[in-house]
Structures are given as structure tokens and as C-alpha cells.
Design a protein around this ligand. Structure first.
Ligand code: KIV
Length: 268
């Protein structure tokens, strides 16, 4: 494994453009943040996917600033080396520039994260610039932006056909506004390659093919915690759902049968 030997910083991430691939994973709590960090992941994203993954919401829209801060505080305690990014949730940066700055500032101050991420391209450029101007690094997020699920009519690949030009404009706009990196979600591989070659900031892909400067996955997808529908771009490297179920069922069986606790697990 290559990688940054010391604490990962925003300048280090920027410098990886065209060099070493950047790895980013989500985490929402102390234990998984520690595991992800110790394994050598460069960036930990406390995504607003915490809403679907941990809080049982139907989508990311109900997630609040307080919930994001709560989870990020735990992640920061577990992350020693990785750069920690906190997602700005829906309606925490949409009302005004002042509201966006206030919430970005609060989220950095109270959570201990180092970077905020927010969704939207050209229409968010003034918001990005304002947050960058108060010295908070911004990771942009374009393509499939889950906070726009109702406008998009579902989670669909973005930037196909005629929509490619708009996506390219979004990418240019977030770079010009001062974002230090950009997530490309559910974008055709060739379009992601074009954008990656065009920008001077790193692109981090999820469902955007292999040519991005880095990749991100939701940790619970990688670990195989979900049954049922799995998006095409998700690769599960292990099946922890089955393993977890097996462990829990064994515990129940042993308690019911009296096999646990045995002598070995009792005090004398
Ligand atoms: O919230 C999230 O987990 C994200 C990633 C999927 C990029 O935004």
C-alpha cells in the first residue's frame, strides 16, 4: 500500500491528482471509523447516507445538522490518519449564503471534521465560494445528487446524452468556485473520464468508472450488510449480513438451550 504516511490533509488530497488513487469510505460511528482508518483509507466521509443506512429514513432528506454533528463527533474520535469530511444535509445550505456559512461553520466547529461536502453544481457556486472564503475546504458532489431524488424521479444515472454538457459545466463551476475535490456519482464512464482530464482538482467517483482520481463507497455496501436490490456500481467484498445473522442466531440458540454461558464464560 502506498498512501500518505502521516495525517491526510486537504493539500495532500489535491496533490494526488493524476498520481495515486484516493480512497474514500463512509463511516458513521467510532468503531467503524477506527477500522476504516487503521486499514488505510485516505478520506472518511460522514455521508448524509447516515439517514438511510443508520437511521432508517427512506432517503437522505430528513437528516438534520444535529444528526450529522452527532455521528461525526464519534467518527472523528476513531479517525487518526484519515481526512474527515462531513456532509451538509438537505436545507442546511439552500436558504441563503449566510445560512450556508453559519451551518458549515457550526458543523466544522462542533464535529471536529475538516471538510464539508455539499451537493449541486453551477447553481451552488456562490455557496461554495462563500464557504471556501471562510477557510472551510469544500468537497463538491455532482451527477446523481441524492438530495434531488424527487426532481430526478429516482436514483438514475446522470449526464447521459444531451445532459453531458450540463454536467461538464457543473464540474467546471465547482472547480472555479474553489472546491478542492468533487464527487461524481452515477455518471457514464466516458463522461467521468472527460471531466477528470479536464479538471485540475481530483474527482472521486461512485458509479463513475475507473478513470476518476479516487473512489468512494458506502461502507455497509462494501461489507455486504444489505440484502435485496444492489446498485450496479456496488461491490460487496464480504458478506457480513450473513455472518452477523449467523452470530446472532447462534447466541439465541445457545441461551435458549443453556449452552451459554458455559463454565469458561463464568466467574469463580
Ligand atoms: O452520503 C453519502 O454517503 C455520499 C456518498 C455516496 C458519496 O454522498
Amino acid at each position: 500500500m502506498g498512501g500518505c504516511m502521516e495525517k491526510v490533509t486537504v493539500p495532500w488530497v489535491r496533490e494526488q491528482k493524476g498520481k495515486e488513487k484516493i480512497t474514500m469510505l463512509t463511516a458513521y460511528d467510532f468503531i467503524f471509523a477506527g477500522l476504516v482508518d487503521e486499514a488505510g483509507t485516505d478520506i472518511i466521509l460522514v455521508g448524509d447516507s447516515v439517514g438511510n443506512v443508520m437511521l432508517g429514513y427512506p432517503n437522505t432528506l430528513p437528516v438534520t445538522v444535529d444528526e450529522m454533528i452527532h455521528h461525526t463527533k464519534a467518527v472523528v474520535k476513531g479517525a487518526k490518519r484519515a481526512l474527515v469530511v462531513i456532509d451538509m444535509p438537505f436545507m442546511s445550505y439552500h436558504e441563503s449564503i449566510e445560512q450556508a456559512k453559519r451551518n458549515a461553520g457550526r458543523m466544522i466547529k462542533e464535529s471536529g471534521a475538516e471538510v464539508v461536502k455539499l451537493e449541486g453544481g453551477a447553481r451552488m457556486k456562490d455557496v461554495i465560494r462563500a464557504i471556501v472564503d471562510i477557510d472551510i475546504p469544500v468537497m463538491a458532489h455532482i451527477g446523481l445528487t441524492p438530495q434531488s431524488v424527487h426532481r430526478m424521479g429516482g436514483y438514475k444515472v446522470q449526464g447521459k446524452g444531451g445532459a453531458e454538457a450540463m454536467l461538464i459545466e457543473d464540474a467546471k463551476a465547482v472547480e472555479e468556485a474553489g472546491a478542492f475535490s468533487v464527487v461524481l456519482e452515477a455518471v457514464p464512464r466516458d463522461t467521468a473520464k472527460k471531466i477528470t482530464e479536464m479538471l485540475s482538482i481530483p474527482t472521486i467517483g461512485i458509479g463513475a468508472g475507473p478513470d476518476c482520481d479516487g473512489q468512494v463507497l458506502v461502507l455497509q455496501d462494501l461489507l455486504g450488510f444489505f440484502s435485496g436490490f444492489r446498485p450496479k456500481f456496488v461491490k460487496s467484498y464480504v458478506n457480513l449480513r450473513t455472518e452477523t445473522e449467523r452470530g446472532i442466531k447462534s447466541y439465541i440458540d445457545e441461551v435458549k438451550s443453556g449452552a451459554f454461558p458455559d463454565d469458561e464464560h463464568s466467574f469463580h
